[in-house]
Design a binder for this molecule. Structure first.
Ligand code: ATP
Ligand code: MG
Length: 403
């Protein structure tokens, strides 16, 4: 498919600057806005929260709900092309936008990622082609489904089919009684029950794909989660055995290509023991947008995941990214603003005194436990140096060390 690029700068036909829209005003939207503006685009953010992180930095902020007709109309009037920064945007809203403006990723691709049942079906089909596994699972949509659950799926994790993130909408269940109680507590909404796997590692791969089918990828990220929330991402030579990394990249490319995906896509994987030295890959889920595990690309790569989102949605070239520094990224959660029950300001000066630290705070006013307030990327010439500085920074912030 040939694509006419939406180039940055003045648009001759309408006498204003080319403007890119983003549905959702969280930190991903904020970093997208930064990247779009650096290239010379104007931006418009649709988010009901007048204090949202992306609205604070965007040229335009339309403070309206995601299915507010007037808000959507304003976004279309302002923008040459539109993207989204979170997958829970109502599918109908994206479809309305896509009827009038280029929207990337397409509403159909977002719809698959929005629904764990549809997502698993897509991942299962692609996993067969890429010879990676999938955690054994069944959809739970009725009492009959509960009765039919095979014993092998317990202990398991019950996950709502829609609207889950950062481990929310998930319940660990040991047996059938807990499963039934958990499903009742979740309001009997459609869910999937997954077998709980013994995880050796968690990985993710981010690709960017253009409308012409060009696809590029970042190096494989190794991720540590705490309480279901990403805590640390490490990216450097040797973070993941080469054969596993190649397999994860190939699987991600298949998943994106089979969706005819346009934009930045992240796929999460588990590594589980299977008797082989490196273990085996299991695909977990996908995110139809830039991803928390890719924030290091801003400081450690010659093109960031956010710039690639801009390029993919506008039809600009997609060069293969090159990582120029070893990187460790620490998520900065709201918990850091409290010590021994008292409010504190994290020791930013202490952290910024360490070489290679890049602090990103998202402009959120309210530091609640578990809330992503910012991230810190530590870059260095070697993996050992990046890890050493990141552990030192973690120590100064009160983040527990990791192996
Ligand atoms: P995200 O913030 O990535 O959107 P999410 O709420 O959609 O998260 P998942 O990625 O499915 O949820 O799960 C969150 C974390 O819970 C995983 O990164 C992993 O640590 C753990 N987890 C999820 N599923 C399983 C499983 N089947 N077995 C063991 N651990 C799991
Ligand atoms: Mg996840």
């Amino acid at each position: 498919m040939s694509v006419i690029p939406i180039v940055p700068g003045p648009v001759a036909s309408n006498g204003r600057l080319a403007t890119l829209g983003v549905v959702g005003g969280g930190q991903l939207g904020r970093m997208f806005v930064h990247a779009a503006q650096a290239l010379g685009y104007q931006t418009a953010v649709l988010d009901p929260d007048i204090n949202c992180p992306a609205g604070r930095v965007s040229d335009y902020h339309i403070a309206a709900g995601y299915d507010d007709e007037q808000g959507l109309a304003q976004l279309m009037q302002r923008c040459e092309a539109i993207t989204t920064e979170f997958e829970n945007v109502p599918a109908g809203a994206l479809a309305t936008l896509a009827a009038h403006r280029p929207v990337a990723p397409a509403p159909q691709a977002v719809a698959v990622a929005q629904d764990r049942i549809a997502e698993k079906a897509h991942l299962a089909a692609c996993a067969r082609d890429s010879s990676v596994g999938l955690a054994p699972y069944v959809p739970i949509e009725s009492d009959a489904d509960l009765v039919r659950v095979p014993d092998a799926l317990l202990p398991g994790i019950l996950k709502t089919a829609r609207l889950g993130y950062d481990g929310r909408g998930q319940v660990r269940v040991a047996d059938r009684a807990e499963l039934a109680a958990a499903w009742a507590r979740l309001g009997r909404v459609p869910c999937v029950l997954e077998q709980r796997l013994a995880l050796r590692d968690e990985l993710s791969v981010i690709v960017a794909r253009g409308a012409d089918g060009t696809m590029v990828h970042f190096p494989v990220q190794r991720n540590l989660h705490r309480d279901g929330i990403l805590a640390v991402t490490e990216v450097y030579l040797g973070n993941v055995p080469t054969a596993l990394a190649e397999q994860a990249i190939a699987a991600t490319r298949t998943i994106a290509a089979q969706l005819h995906y346009v934009g930045v896509l992240c796929v999460e994987f588990f590594v589980v023991d299977d008797g082989r030295a490196d273990g085996a890959l299991v695909v977990n889920e996908m995110a139809p947008r830039p991803h928390n595990s890719g924030h290091y690309t801003i400081d450690a790569c010659d093109v960031s995941q956010f710039e690639l989102q801009v390029r993919a949605m506008t039809g600009l070239p997609l060069p293969a990214p090159r990582q120029h520094s070893a990187a460790v990224m620490l998520n900065l959660l709201g918990d850091l603003w409290v010590r021994d029950g008292r409010p504190v300001t994290p020791d930013w000066a202490g952290v910024l005194a360490l070489p290679g630290t890049h602090l990103h705070l998202y402009g959120k006013l309210d530091a609640r436990p578990g809330r992503k307030m910012g991230h810190l990327t530590v870059t260095a010439p070697t993996a050992a140096a990046a890890r050493e500085m990141a552990l030192a920074a973690a120590g100064r912030l009160g983040i527990a060390p990791w192996p």
